[in-house]
Design a protein around this ligand. Structure first.
Ligand SMILES: Cc1ncc(COP(=O)(O)O)c(C=O)c1O
Length: 415
Protein backbone atom coordinates (compact mmCIF):
# COMPACT_ATOMS: atom_id res chain seq x y z
CA UNK A 1 0.00 0.00 0.00
CA UNK A 2 2.63 2.50 1.03
CA UNK A 3 5.76 2.98 -0.98
CA UNK A 4 8.65 5.29 -0.50
CA UNK A 5 9.10 6.60 -3.99
CA UNK A 6 9.71 10.20 -4.95
CA UNK A 7 6.43 12.14 -5.05
CA UNK A 8 4.40 9.06 -4.24
CA UNK A 9 4.11 8.99 -0.47
CA UNK A 10 3.15 12.68 -0.41
CA UNK A 11 -0.26 11.63 -1.77
CA UNK A 12 -1.03 10.07 1.61
CA UNK A 13 -0.62 13.47 3.30
CA UNK A 14 -3.49 15.84 2.54
CA UNK A 15 -1.60 18.93 3.67
CA UNK A 16 0.61 18.72 0.60
CA UNK A 17 -2.47 19.05 -1.61
CA UNK A 18 -4.29 21.63 0.52
CA UNK A 19 -1.67 23.97 1.92
CA UNK A 20 0.03 26.48 -0.28
CA UNK A 21 2.84 28.72 0.86
CA UNK A 22 3.06 31.95 -1.16
CA UNK A 23 0.82 30.20 -3.71
CA UNK A 24 3.46 27.50 -4.10
CA UNK A 25 3.27 23.86 -3.05
CA UNK A 26 4.50 23.24 0.45
CA UNK A 27 8.18 22.35 0.85
CA UNK A 28 8.12 21.22 4.45
CA UNK A 29 11.56 20.77 5.99
CA UNK A 30 10.63 21.13 9.66
CA UNK A 31 9.60 17.62 10.65
CA UNK A 32 11.97 17.59 13.64
CA UNK A 33 9.61 20.20 15.13
CA UNK A 34 6.50 18.27 14.19
CA UNK A 35 5.62 15.89 11.39
CA UNK A 36 2.71 16.04 8.97
CA UNK A 37 -0.12 13.49 9.30
CA UNK A 38 -1.31 10.93 6.77
CA UNK A 39 -5.00 10.43 5.87
CA UNK A 40 -5.15 7.25 7.94
CA UNK A 41 -4.20 9.08 11.15
CA UNK A 42 -6.57 11.99 10.49
CA UNK A 43 -9.36 9.49 9.69
CA UNK A 44 -8.65 7.43 12.82
CA UNK A 45 -9.04 10.55 14.99
CA UNK A 46 -12.27 11.70 13.35
CA UNK A 47 -13.55 8.10 13.29
CA UNK A 48 -13.04 7.94 17.03
CA UNK A 49 -15.38 10.89 17.55
CA UNK A 50 -17.85 9.73 14.90
CA UNK A 51 -18.07 6.05 15.90
CA UNK A 52 -16.36 5.17 19.17
CA UNK A 53 -16.29 8.10 21.56
CA UNK A 54 -16.99 7.15 25.17
CA UNK A 55 -14.83 7.23 28.26
CA UNK A 56 -12.76 4.11 28.91
CA UNK A 57 -12.32 1.69 31.83
CA UNK A 58 -15.61 2.86 33.37
CA UNK A 59 -18.71 2.20 31.33
CA UNK A 60 -20.46 -1.13 31.20
CA UNK A 61 -22.32 -0.23 28.01
CA UNK A 62 -21.06 -1.49 24.65
CA UNK A 63 -19.71 1.82 23.34
CA UNK A 64 -17.49 2.27 26.39
CA UNK A 65 -16.32 -1.34 26.22
CA UNK A 66 -15.37 -0.90 22.54
CA UNK A 67 -13.60 2.36 23.38
CA UNK A 68 -11.63 0.59 26.13
CA UNK A 69 -10.70 -2.22 23.75
CA UNK A 70 -9.49 0.23 21.12
CA UNK A 71 -7.44 2.14 23.70
CA UNK A 72 -5.81 -0.98 25.10
CA UNK A 73 -5.25 -2.43 21.61
CA UNK A 74 -3.44 0.80 20.73
CA UNK A 75 -1.19 0.23 23.73
CA UNK A 76 -0.37 -3.23 22.33
CA UNK A 77 0.42 -1.72 18.90
CA UNK A 78 2.91 0.66 20.53
CA UNK A 79 4.38 -2.16 22.65
CA UNK A 80 5.00 -4.22 19.49
CA UNK A 81 6.52 -1.21 17.72
CA UNK A 82 9.24 -0.84 20.36
CA UNK A 83 9.42 -4.56 21.18
CA UNK A 84 8.29 -4.04 24.76
CA UNK A 85 7.95 -7.37 26.63
CA UNK A 86 4.45 -6.32 27.70
CA UNK A 87 1.88 -3.65 26.83
CA UNK A 88 1.70 -2.92 30.58
CA UNK A 89 5.14 -1.37 30.25
CA UNK A 90 3.78 1.28 27.89
CA UNK A 91 2.40 4.38 29.61
CA UNK A 92 0.67 7.12 27.64
CA UNK A 93 1.86 10.64 28.35
CA UNK A 94 1.35 14.00 26.68
CA UNK A 95 4.76 13.70 25.02
CA UNK A 96 8.49 13.34 25.60
CA UNK A 97 8.52 16.31 27.97
CA UNK A 98 5.91 14.79 30.23
CA UNK A 99 7.61 11.37 30.10
CA UNK A 100 10.86 12.85 31.40
CA UNK A 101 9.09 14.90 34.08
CA UNK A 102 7.24 11.75 35.12
CA UNK A 103 10.48 9.80 35.67
CA UNK A 104 12.07 12.79 37.44
CA UNK A 105 9.14 13.12 39.83
CA UNK A 106 8.12 9.51 40.32
CA UNK A 107 11.51 7.75 40.28
CA UNK A 108 14.37 10.20 40.77
CA UNK A 109 12.70 12.32 43.47
CA UNK A 110 12.04 9.15 45.44
CA UNK A 111 15.29 7.27 44.84
CA UNK A 112 18.05 9.89 44.69
CA UNK A 113 19.66 11.45 47.76
CA UNK A 114 21.47 14.76 48.34
CA UNK A 115 24.92 14.58 46.74
CA UNK A 116 23.92 11.96 44.14
CA UNK A 117 24.71 12.90 40.55
CA UNK A 118 22.73 12.68 37.32
CA UNK A 119 24.70 12.43 34.09
CA UNK A 120 23.30 14.19 30.99
CA UNK A 121 25.01 15.41 27.81
CA UNK A 122 25.66 18.92 26.55
CA UNK A 123 23.52 18.21 23.47
CA UNK A 124 20.22 17.72 25.33
CA UNK A 125 16.94 19.31 24.33
CA UNK A 126 15.71 21.50 27.20
CA UNK A 127 13.10 18.81 27.90
CA UNK A 128 15.91 16.56 29.12
CA UNK A 129 17.72 19.26 31.05
CA UNK A 130 15.33 21.61 32.81
CA UNK A 131 13.40 18.90 34.76
CA UNK A 132 16.73 17.63 36.12
CA UNK A 133 17.92 21.14 37.01
CA UNK A 134 14.68 21.68 38.89
CA UNK A 135 14.98 18.37 40.76
CA UNK A 136 18.71 18.93 41.45
CA UNK A 137 17.89 22.24 43.11
CA UNK A 138 15.16 20.78 45.25
CA UNK A 139 17.10 17.69 46.32
CA UNK A 140 20.66 19.09 46.24
CA UNK A 141 21.75 16.70 43.49
CA UNK A 142 24.70 17.26 41.15
CA UNK A 143 24.39 17.45 37.39
CA UNK A 144 27.27 16.16 35.26
CA UNK A 145 27.60 16.35 31.50
CA UNK A 146 29.11 14.25 28.74
CA UNK A 147 30.67 16.59 26.17
CA UNK A 148 30.61 16.19 22.40
CA UNK A 149 33.53 16.71 20.00
CA UNK A 150 33.75 18.91 16.90
CA UNK A 151 32.10 16.13 14.87
CA UNK A 152 29.08 16.36 17.15
CA UNK A 153 29.83 12.96 18.65
CA UNK A 154 29.80 12.20 22.36
CA UNK A 155 33.22 11.80 23.98
CA UNK A 156 33.08 8.47 25.77
CA UNK A 157 36.78 7.99 26.57
CA UNK A 158 36.29 8.91 30.25
CA UNK A 159 32.76 7.67 30.66
CA UNK A 160 33.56 5.04 33.29
CA UNK A 161 35.35 7.69 35.40
CA UNK A 162 32.57 10.23 34.90
CA UNK A 163 30.07 7.74 36.28
CA UNK A 164 31.54 8.07 39.80
CA UNK A 165 28.74 9.17 42.10
CA UNK A 166 26.19 9.00 39.25
CA UNK A 167 22.86 7.38 40.14
CA UNK A 168 20.99 8.09 36.89
CA UNK A 169 21.93 8.74 33.25
CA UNK A 170 19.50 10.46 30.93
CA UNK A 171 20.45 11.14 27.34
CA UNK A 172 19.21 11.85 23.89
CA UNK A 173 19.28 9.07 21.26
CA UNK A 174 19.27 11.38 18.21
CA UNK A 175 20.17 15.06 18.61
CA UNK A 176 17.42 17.37 17.39
CA UNK A 177 20.07 19.86 16.25
CA UNK A 178 23.14 17.93 15.12
CA UNK A 179 21.31 14.83 13.94
CA UNK A 180 23.95 12.73 15.72
CA UNK A 181 22.87 9.16 16.40
CA UNK A 182 24.37 8.49 19.81
CA UNK A 183 25.75 5.02 20.65
CA UNK A 184 23.12 4.53 23.33
CA UNK A 185 23.43 0.74 23.45
CA UNK A 186 27.12 1.01 24.28
CA UNK A 187 26.46 3.71 26.92
CA UNK A 188 23.66 1.67 28.51
CA UNK A 189 25.99 -1.38 28.76
CA UNK A 190 28.68 0.64 30.52
CA UNK A 191 26.15 2.21 32.91
CA UNK A 192 24.55 -1.13 33.71
CA UNK A 193 27.94 -2.61 34.64
CA UNK A 194 27.82 -0.02 37.41
CA UNK A 195 24.11 -0.65 38.06
CA UNK A 196 23.14 2.85 36.93
CA UNK A 197 19.74 3.12 35.24
CA UNK A 198 19.45 4.92 31.91
CA UNK A 199 16.61 6.96 30.42
CA UNK A 200 16.63 7.42 26.64
CA UNK A 201 15.05 10.48 25.04
CA UNK A 202 13.92 8.97 21.75
CA UNK A 203 11.89 11.98 20.54
CA UNK A 204 13.97 12.20 17.36
CA UNK A 205 14.86 8.51 17.19
CA UNK A 206 11.43 6.87 17.24
CA UNK A 207 10.35 8.62 13.99
CA UNK A 208 13.49 7.54 12.10
CA UNK A 209 15.03 4.38 13.56
CA UNK A 210 13.74 0.92 14.47
CA UNK A 211 13.48 0.88 18.28
CA UNK A 212 13.93 -2.31 20.25
CA UNK A 213 13.79 -1.69 24.00
CA UNK A 214 14.73 -5.30 24.75
CA UNK A 215 17.93 -5.06 22.71
CA UNK A 216 18.73 -1.58 24.01
CA UNK A 217 18.04 -2.76 27.56
CA UNK A 218 17.22 0.85 28.53
CA UNK A 219 15.43 1.42 31.83
CA UNK A 220 13.06 4.01 30.37
CA UNK A 221 12.48 5.33 26.87
CA UNK A 222 10.29 8.30 25.96
CA UNK A 223 8.96 9.72 22.71
CA UNK A 224 6.27 11.97 21.24
CA UNK A 225 3.53 10.97 18.82
CA UNK A 226 3.46 14.22 16.87
CA UNK A 227 7.01 13.81 15.53
CA UNK A 228 6.19 10.40 14.03
CA UNK A 229 3.01 11.12 12.06
CA UNK A 230 0.73 10.95 15.10
CA UNK A 231 -1.42 13.62 16.76
CA UNK A 232 -0.10 16.25 19.16
CA UNK A 233 -0.67 15.82 22.89
CA UNK A 234 0.23 12.14 23.02
CA UNK A 235 3.49 10.39 23.83
CA UNK A 236 4.89 7.24 25.34
CA UNK A 237 6.91 6.29 28.38
CA UNK A 238 8.30 2.75 28.25
CA UNK A 239 9.77 1.40 31.47
CA UNK A 240 11.26 -1.82 32.76
CA UNK A 241 9.03 -3.65 35.20
CA UNK A 242 11.40 -3.24 38.13
CA UNK A 243 11.72 0.51 37.46
CA UNK A 244 7.96 1.01 37.28
CA UNK A 245 7.67 -0.94 40.52
CA UNK A 246 10.18 1.40 42.18
CA UNK A 247 8.21 4.49 41.16
CA UNK A 248 5.89 6.66 43.19
CA UNK A 249 2.71 8.03 41.72
CA UNK A 250 3.06 11.05 39.43
CA UNK A 251 -0.29 12.81 39.08
CA UNK A 252 -3.15 11.58 41.23
CA UNK A 253 -6.91 11.50 40.76
CA UNK A 254 -9.36 9.38 38.81
CA UNK A 255 -8.58 6.08 37.06
CA UNK A 256 -5.21 5.55 38.75
CA UNK A 257 -6.62 4.38 42.09
CA UNK A 258 -7.54 1.05 43.61
CA UNK A 259 -9.50 2.27 46.61
CA UNK A 260 -10.28 5.72 47.99
CA UNK A 261 -11.59 6.76 51.40
CA UNK A 262 -11.94 10.31 52.67
CA UNK A 263 -8.53 10.14 54.28
CA UNK A 264 -6.46 7.67 52.27
CA UNK A 265 -6.09 6.08 48.86
CA UNK A 266 -4.42 3.03 47.40
CA UNK A 267 -3.29 2.95 43.82
CA UNK A 268 -3.69 0.75 40.77
CA UNK A 269 -0.61 -0.90 39.35
CA UNK A 270 1.14 0.40 36.20
CA UNK A 271 0.31 1.47 33.53
CA UNK A 272 -2.93 2.87 35.07
CA UNK A 273 -0.98 4.10 38.09
CA UNK A 274 0.73 6.67 35.84
CA UNK A 275 -2.33 7.63 33.78
CA UNK A 276 -4.41 9.84 36.06
CA UNK A 277 -7.63 11.34 34.76
CA UNK A 278 -9.26 11.02 31.36
CA UNK A 279 -6.61 10.30 28.77
CA UNK A 280 -6.19 11.69 25.26
CA UNK A 281 -8.26 8.85 23.82
CA UNK A 282 -8.56 9.90 20.17
CA UNK A 283 -4.87 10.81 20.16
CA UNK A 284 -3.89 7.37 21.47
CA UNK A 285 -5.83 5.72 18.66
CA UNK A 286 -4.31 8.20 16.19
CA UNK A 287 -0.81 7.36 17.40
CA UNK A 288 -1.46 3.63 16.97
CA UNK A 289 -2.59 4.36 13.40
CA UNK A 290 0.63 6.30 12.78
CA UNK A 291 2.63 3.32 14.00
CA UNK A 292 0.62 1.00 11.74
CA UNK A 293 1.39 3.31 8.82
CA UNK A 294 5.13 3.32 9.62
CA UNK A 295 5.16 -0.44 10.09
CA UNK A 296 3.51 -0.94 6.70
CA UNK A 297 6.51 0.82 5.20
CA UNK A 298 8.97 -0.84 7.57
CA UNK A 299 11.19 1.13 9.92
CA UNK A 300 14.34 -0.10 8.13
CA UNK A 301 13.07 1.49 4.93
CA UNK A 302 11.97 4.64 6.73
CA UNK A 303 15.44 4.89 8.22
CA UNK A 304 17.26 4.29 4.93
CA UNK A 305 15.02 6.79 3.08
CA UNK A 306 15.65 9.49 5.71
CA UNK A 307 19.39 8.81 5.77
CA UNK A 308 19.67 8.91 1.96
CA UNK A 309 17.84 12.22 1.86
CA UNK A 310 19.86 13.75 4.68
CA UNK A 311 23.09 12.58 3.00
CA UNK A 312 22.02 14.03 -0.35
CA UNK A 313 21.08 17.36 1.27
CA UNK A 314 24.35 17.37 3.22
CA UNK A 315 26.39 16.79 0.05
CA UNK A 316 24.59 19.59 -1.80
CA UNK A 317 24.96 22.00 1.13
CA UNK A 318 28.66 21.16 1.47
CA UNK A 319 29.22 22.50 -2.05
CA UNK A 320 28.07 25.99 -1.01
CA UNK A 321 31.05 27.90 0.34
CA UNK A 322 29.12 30.26 2.63
CA UNK A 323 27.38 27.38 4.44
CA UNK A 324 28.70 26.04 7.73
CA UNK A 325 27.19 22.72 8.82
CA UNK A 326 27.26 21.52 12.44
CA UNK A 327 27.45 17.93 13.59
CA UNK A 328 28.70 14.72 12.04
CA UNK A 329 30.52 15.05 8.73
CA UNK A 330 29.81 11.42 7.93
CA UNK A 331 26.46 9.78 7.21
CA UNK A 332 26.10 8.93 10.91
CA UNK A 333 23.27 11.39 11.34
CA UNK A 334 19.54 11.15 11.20
CA UNK A 335 16.76 13.43 10.11
CA UNK A 336 18.21 16.91 10.44
CA UNK A 337 21.01 19.27 9.47
CA UNK A 338 21.76 22.44 11.43
CA UNK A 339 23.74 25.12 9.68
CA UNK A 340 24.48 28.80 9.28
CA UNK A 341 25.22 30.98 6.27
CA UNK A 342 28.09 33.46 6.62
CA UNK A 343 26.78 36.96 7.16
CA UNK A 344 23.06 36.06 7.29
CA UNK A 345 21.35 35.56 10.66
CA UNK A 346 19.55 32.22 10.90
CA UNK A 347 16.20 33.96 11.49
CA UNK A 348 16.66 36.15 8.41
CA UNK A 349 17.61 33.12 6.38
CA UNK A 350 14.49 31.24 7.51
CA UNK A 351 12.38 34.30 6.59
CA UNK A 352 13.98 34.58 3.13
CA UNK A 353 13.37 30.86 2.56
CA UNK A 354 9.79 31.23 3.81
CA UNK A 355 9.30 33.94 1.16
CA UNK A 356 10.20 31.28 -1.38
CA UNK A 357 7.78 28.76 0.10
CA UNK A 358 10.36 26.70 2.00
CA UNK A 359 9.59 25.92 5.64
CA UNK A 360 12.63 25.51 7.86
CA UNK A 361 13.35 26.26 11.52
CA UNK A 362 15.74 28.86 12.97
CA UNK A 363 16.74 29.58 16.54
CA UNK A 364 18.24 27.51 19.33
CA UNK A 365 15.81 24.62 18.79
CA UNK A 366 15.33 24.27 22.58
CA UNK A 367 19.04 23.44 22.91
CA UNK A 368 20.63 26.64 24.15
CA UNK A 369 23.62 25.02 25.92
CA UNK A 370 24.44 23.12 22.72
CA UNK A 371 24.51 26.38 20.76
CA UNK A 372 26.60 28.02 23.46
CA UNK A 373 29.11 25.21 23.10
CA UNK A 374 29.17 25.71 19.33
CA UNK A 375 29.74 29.42 20.01
CA UNK A 376 26.68 30.55 18.06
CA UNK A 377 23.44 32.16 19.24
CA UNK A 378 21.28 30.32 16.73
CA UNK A 379 21.27 28.02 13.74
CA UNK A 380 19.02 27.22 10.80
CA UNK A 381 17.79 23.65 10.61
CA UNK A 382 16.37 21.55 7.81
CA UNK A 383 14.80 18.26 8.79
CA UNK A 384 13.37 15.49 6.66
CA UNK A 385 10.85 12.71 6.84
CA UNK A 386 9.33 10.01 4.69
CA UNK A 387 7.18 12.40 2.62
CA UNK A 388 10.19 14.49 1.60
CA UNK A 389 11.93 13.71 -1.65
CA UNK A 390 14.90 14.76 -3.71
CA UNK A 391 12.84 17.51 -5.32
CA UNK A 392 12.28 19.14 -1.90
CA UNK A 393 16.03 19.13 -1.32
CA UNK A 394 16.71 20.56 -4.79
CA UNK A 395 14.15 23.34 -4.25
CA UNK A 396 15.71 24.17 -0.90
CA UNK A 397 19.24 24.18 -2.33
CA UNK A 398 18.37 26.40 -5.28
CA UNK A 399 16.50 28.83 -2.98
CA UNK A 400 19.49 28.85 -0.64
CA UNK A 401 21.87 29.57 -3.52
CA UNK A 402 19.65 32.35 -4.82
CA UNK A 403 19.44 33.98 -1.36
CA UNK A 404 23.21 33.84 -0.90
CA UNK A 405 23.78 35.28 -4.38
CA UNK A 406 21.34 38.12 -3.74
CA UNK A 407 22.89 38.80 -0.36
CA UNK A 408 26.41 38.89 -1.80
CA UNK A 409 25.43 41.29 -4.56
CA UNK A 410 23.76 43.62 -1.99
CA UNK A 411 26.95 43.46 0.07
CA UNK A 412 29.12 44.19 -2.97
CA UNK A 413 26.96 47.22 -3.88
CA UNK A 414 27.27 48.61 -0.35
CA UNK A 415 31.06 48.31 -0.09
C1 LIG B 1 15.34 15.42 21.35
C2 LIG B 1 14.06 15.99 21.85
N1 LIG B 1 13.69 15.76 23.12
C3 LIG B 1 12.54 16.21 23.63
C4 LIG B 1 11.68 16.97 22.86
C5 LIG B 1 10.40 17.47 23.45
O1 LIG B 1 9.33 16.88 22.79
P1 LIG B 1 7.83 17.35 23.10
O2 LIG B 1 7.83 18.83 22.93
O3 LIG B 1 7.03 16.63 22.06
O4 LIG B 1 7.52 16.92 24.48
C6 LIG B 1 12.03 17.27 21.54
C7 LIG B 1 11.19 18.15 20.71
O5 LIG B 1 11.63 18.76 19.77
C8 LIG B 1 13.25 16.76 21.02
O6 LIG B 1 13.62 17.00 19.78
Amino acid sequence: MTQIKDNNIKNDFPIFKQAKVKKRPLVYLDSAATSQKPHSVINAVSDWYERFNANIHRGVYELSETATKKYELSRQVIANFINSPSSRQVVFTRGTTEGINLVAEAWARKNLRAGDAILLTTMEHHANLVPWQELAQRKRLKLKFLEFDNQGELILANLAKQLMGVKLVSLVYVSNVLGTINPVKKIINICHQKKIPVLIDAAQAAPHLPIDVKKLDCDWLVFSGHKMLGPTGIGVLYGKRERFEEMDVYQTGGDMIRNVTLTKSTYATYPQKFEAGTQALAEVVGLAEAVIYLQAIGMERVSSHDQKLVTYAYQQMKKIKAVEIYGPQTIKRSGSIAFNVQGIHAHDLATFLADRGICIRAGHHCAQPLHEKLGIPASARVSFYIYNDKRDVDLFISALQAIIKEWESIKARNT
